[in-house]
Design a protein around this ligand. Structure first.
Ligand SMILES: [Zn+2]
Length: 164
């Protein structure tokens, strides 16, 4: 697998209305890899730039993948379909978002430096999308010890953190 760089001038991509797509192993997304049960599989993503009629720069992004999380009920592996779609308004560093943008839930404002690491952006978006308490639709808790606290999500989180 090549270590292709995804550090690009995002503003230029938006200005030119270009599209960029890629795919990386989950293991290359450091913070995501630490948050899942197993850093297996790949994550595909795409960025489509757009310059609107007022000259504002936008990027539509999508992310698709299947991540291995830990079910918080049975503690077994759970395949979680990651599907993210977001629209970003690109701002220069220090530029204040336009007022109407603050009320616009459909779009997030993002300050971009001259060069943006798209993989870091993908990581941020995936981390935001991760379910707080992933669970299979239908499963049973492991052998009941009588004390529910022992399998609380917080206990599992502590356990997960201990592994990092
Ligand atoms: Zn389960």
């Amino acid at each position: 697998m090549s270590q292709e760089s995804f550090v690009i001038d995002l503003r230029a991509l938006a200005r030119d209305g270009r599209r960029l797509e890629g795919e990386v192993p989950v293991s290359r997304l450091g913070r995501v890899a630490e948050s899942v049960l197993e850093p297996a599989g790949t994550v595909a993503f795409g960025f489509q730039g757009e310059r609107d009629g007022e000259g504002k720069l936008h990027v539509d992004l999508w992310i698709r993948g299947s991540l291995v999380l830990q079910c918080q009920r049975c503690l077994e592996a759970l395949q979680w379909p990651c599907e993210v779609e977001n629209r970003l308004l690109l701002l220069r560093p220090g530029e204040a978002p336009p007022e109407d943008e603050l009320e616009n839930d459909a779009e997030d404002a993002l300050e971009v430096e001259p060069l943006t690491d798209l993989l870091a952006l993908v990581e941020d978006e995936v981390l935001l999308a991760l379910p707080l308490v992933p669970r299979h639709d239908d499963c049973d808790p492991p052998v009941k010890a009588g004390v529910d606290e022992e399998i609380s999500p917080f206990a599992v989180l502590r356990q997960l953190r201990g592994k990092v």
